[in-house]
Design a protein around this ligand. Structure first.
Ligand code: CMP
Length: 144
């Protein structure tokens, strides 16, 4: 269930010129790019986006890292997109990620883990609409 998910290519991966290789993995896995842009998060935006983690010990460093340089935000369309994309990116900690996954290939550490992927259908909609208006999201299913 769920025809789209939301992703961010994080600062470390953008810095290392991994945007192209990561997008190739995404489209090779059958995802359509329904929306995409390159932006730099402001501190207040990152704090809201990651608000669910605000009591975690790593919250401050997470916000600092995510605002340290440009990121790519995108909406990806595919049947069962949330679960399918989580399988493609692999475990949060790249040391635990399966071979061939985006995090195994491109992540440096659990905090510099190359990409974000929504963890539920509900969060996919919330996160997509945090960065894009509905008129900027071109899904074939018409969802979002
Ligand atoms: P992401 O999917 O973007 O959602 C929250 C992020 O917090 C996560 O990816 C990790 O990059 C980061 N994170 C999760 N656990 C830790 C941790 N133990 N130490 C540092 N960062 C973490």
């Amino acid at each position: 269930s769920g025809n789209f998910t939301f992703t961010m290519i994080k600062p470390g991966a953008v810095n290392n010129e991994y945007i192209g290789p990561i997008l190739a993995k995404i489209t090779d896995a059958g995802f359509r790019i329904a929306a995409m842009k390159m932006i730099k998060l402001r501190t207040a935006q990152a704090e809201v986006f990651y608000g669910i983690h605000k009591e975690r010990p790593f919250f401050r460093s997470l916000v600092e890292f995510m605002t340290s340089g440009p990121i790519v935000v995108a909406v990806l369309e595919k049947e069962n997109a949330v679960q399918s994309y989580r399988e493609l990116i692999g475990s949060t900690n790249p040391e635990e990620a399966k071979s061939g996954t985006i995090r195994k290939l491109f992540a440096e550490s659990v905090s510099k883990n190359a990409v974000h992927g929504s963890d539920s259908v509900e969060n996919a909609a919330n996160e997509a609409l945090f960065f894009f208006s509905r008129s900027e999201i071109f899904t074939e299913s018409g969802e979002v």
